[in-house]
Design a protein around this ligand. Structure first.
Ligand SMILES: [Zn+2]
Ligand SMILES: [Zn+2]
Length: 141
């Protein structure tokens, strides 16, 4: 399986002033295609077969750069690992304490309206809003 460039990934990087190197595009592409909130390890395992020169450190540094530049979200919902999300629109996350999966939740919240506003003199640029519990699949399993 070879690596195929995705226009969406390239455009996303350019719009966030990130130089679209081959590895960065591949990692961005992985995030866009895998909406499962992958960890550094997941991204590394997913790409290492097609990019043998890729290292875990590069994956981590690249994902950290994406998060710093606003090209991806870094989720710290789980104490034991960091997860990344290619969907940067404000949305809520639910962590299943049983299986560890992270789900997107569309729940009514004042989240979107607050971005860019100031609260008590502080300018809001990110909101992290988490729910934890047991997911539907685990409950039914
Ligand atoms: Zn679960
Ligand atoms: Zn998400």
């Amino acid at each position: 399986m070879g690596f195929k460039h995705s226009d969406e990934a390239v455009e996303r990087l350019k719009s966030k002033s990130i130089k679209p190197s081959m590895q960065r595009v591949a990692i961005m592409d992985y995030l866009i295609l895998n909406r499962t909130h992958p960890s550094v390890d997941d991204v590394y395992k997913g790409l290492s077969a097609s990019i043998p020169t890729l290292s875990r450190t590069t994956v981590y540094n690249t994902l950290k750069l994406f998060s710093d530049k606003g090209a991806a979200l870094m989720l710290t919902i789980d104490e034991s690992r960091v997860n990344f999300d290619g969907d940067t629109s404000p949305h809520t996350h639910f962590l299943c304490k049983n299986c560890g999966k992270i789900y997107d939740l569309q729940v009514p919240s004042p989240v979107k309206e607050v971005i860019g506003m100031s609260l008590a003199g502080h300018q809001i640029s990110e909101i992290h809003y988490y729910y934890k519990g047991v997911c539907k699949a685990c409950l039914e399993g």
